[in-house]
Design a protein around this ligand. Structure first.
Ligand code: GLU
Length: 492
């Protein structure tokens, strides 16, 4: 099949937080479609009503928006192949289940869930290697099956999988993958409630939506022979199968939200940029031809090729993602852009952090951008810029204990600075140190501690400059008072 008219898709199930795996699939599916001049669509697979979560669909679509991945069709932008919400297509799925029944590629099974469970347990106890459906109702005659259905007995429709031989799946990344038919289950296609299962619905929809390349996670590879048989049963051509390598978490296990690995929304809350997340996901199992670590989705579209996928499985390392994010903050995006992102981030997650006026905020941002890895690092590091009511940590307290008695003189030296900026304030501190024959290392710490309450702050001149003369002198005054008060306490 030519890649020319490629139509790719993701088919997430709306069961909870948007998965990193969904973002990963969205990236590879959309990149490939764009490169081929094709289409990328999003179908919401919501037919499993037990696991359905009403907000989840919107959250998945919002996640794609946030990532900047814009599908050519989705429940938010339908086209004539829609609807793109699977539950709205149940009538179609039923029609095709019936067609499979008519042609003999599927059959009705009347077993109750309790009977099935009991028989499965017995098979387990016998240490049977096959734990699928025991195919009891496969033997029913057509007449009997019709009669029982007409009498109102509940049934499912099952695929009549071949009992012998092999089914060969050709995967673009793995070549031919051979499955023994004896191990295939007669999977349920249509449930008792008339809803299709994933297997039937996905294949019917993929076909009707014109999907040419099924690009999905490796975990679906074992379902592919079933999918192939469904397509065959309906007389439809199979798409190209591409099963991407596993995403692993640091412990070597499959990356999994349920085991506590962060979701996409968690990364957003952390202050990871969408560009950085996509860049990082692009490095999972794939690489740029020149080995570049920083690349955009556009770069990926230009350079994409399945040849450079490595199948081993990639470890998703949150520390590395944060490092990459820091690179985006410092090297890829402009300072103005990062400042705007910071402000937007704080408006969303800043918990009322008073971000001051534009010029002041921009000045603080400029100072801190080189020191943060995520947008979320900003607020906890900058409390003293926004409030007079900031904490003084242990190290700063020690610096005040040691050098606090210099503060009155230092205040005076700084009060005399006319043209207040990073240079002039530092110059004043230098002059003072020289005149008293003191080392700068004695003079600077108490000032830093007094104005920031922490020794982990930016260059002192920059800090004084951004805080401004008025704030600095007021803070020094307060520190002087505290030092004096403590002096009286210890004397008394
Ligand atoms: N609904 C499945 C999922 O949640 C789709 C699997 C597929 O891509 O076929 O991942």
């Amino acid at each position: 099949m030519s890649d020319q008219a490629a139509v790719t898709r993701i088919a997430p199930s709306p069961t909870g937080d948007p998965h990193v795996g969904t973002a990963y699939q969205a990236l590879f599916n959309s990149v490939f479609a764009r490169q081929q001049g094709g289409k990328f669509i999003v179908r919401i697979e919501d037919t499993d009503r037990n696991r359905y979560n009403a907000q989840s669909e919107a959250r998945i679509l919002d996640m794609l928006d946030w990532l900047g991945i814009h599908p050519d069709a989705s429940p938010r932008n339908e086209d004539d192949r829609g609807p793109y919400t699977q539950s709205q297509r149940a009538g179609l799925h039923q029609d095709y289940a019936r067609q499979l029944l008519e042609s003999g590629a599927a059959y009705r099974a009347f077993d109750t869930p309790e009977e099935l469970e009991e028989r499965r347990r017995a098979a387990e106890a016998r240490k049977d290697s096959y734990l699928g459906y025991d195919r009891r109702d496969r033997a029913l005659s057509r007449e009997e099956s019709d009669r029982r259905a007409a009498a109102g007995e509940e049934f499912v429709i099952r695929l009549k999988a071949p009992l012998e031989g092999q089914t060969v799946v050709h995967d673009r990344l793995r070549g031919d993958v051979v499955f023994d038919n004896a191990q295939l289950d007669d999977k349920v296609l249509l449930k008792r409630d008339g809803f299709p299962t994933y297997h039937l619905a996905a294949m019917v929809d993929d076909h009707l939506m014109g999907v040419t390349h099924v690009i999905r996670a490796e975990e679906w590879l074992t379902s592919t022979p079933i999918h192939k048989l469904i397509l065959e049963g309906l007389g439809w051509e199979e798409p190209e199968w591409i099963h991407t390598p596993w995403l692993l978490s640091a412990g070597g296990k499959k990356y999994s939200k349920r085991r506590g690995d962060p979701s996409v929304e968690d990364f957003r809350r952390m202050g990871i940029l969408p560009e950085a997340l996509l860049n990082y996901l692009g490095m999972m199992g794939w690489s740029m031809p020149g080995g570049e670590e920083i690349f955009s989705v556009d770069d990926m579209v230009r350079e994409f090729s399945w040849d450079r996928v490595s199948l081993g499985g990639s470890t998703f390392d949150v520390t590395k993602l944060k490092w990459l994010n820091g690179k985006y903050l410092r090297e890829v995006l402009s300072e103005d852009e990062v400042t705007a992102r910071l402000r937007a981030y704080l408006n969303e997650f800043g918990e009322g952090l008073p971000t001051g006026d534009d010029t002041y905020f921009a000045a603080v941002a400029r100072l801190m951008i080189p020191r943060i890895e995520t947008l979320g690092d900003f607020a906890p590091m900058t409390g003293y810029f926004w409030s007079e009511d900031f904490e003084t940590d242990d190290k700063a307290r020690k610096a005040l204990d040691k050098g606090g008695e210099l503060l009155p003189d230092l205040r005076e030296a700084l009060a005399g600075v006319q043209d207040w900026n990073a240079e002039s304030t530092k110059h004043a501190l230098h002059e003072y140190a020289e005149a008293r024959e003191l080392k700068l290392g004695k003079v600077m710490p108490p000032v830093r501690a007094a104005v920031a309450g922490t020794m982990q702050s930016p260059d002192l001149g920059d800090l004084l400059d951004v805080l401004g003369k008025e704030r600095v002198l007021a803070r020094l005054d307060r520190a002087i008072q505290n030092v004096e008060a403590q002096g009286t306490e210890t004397q008394g």
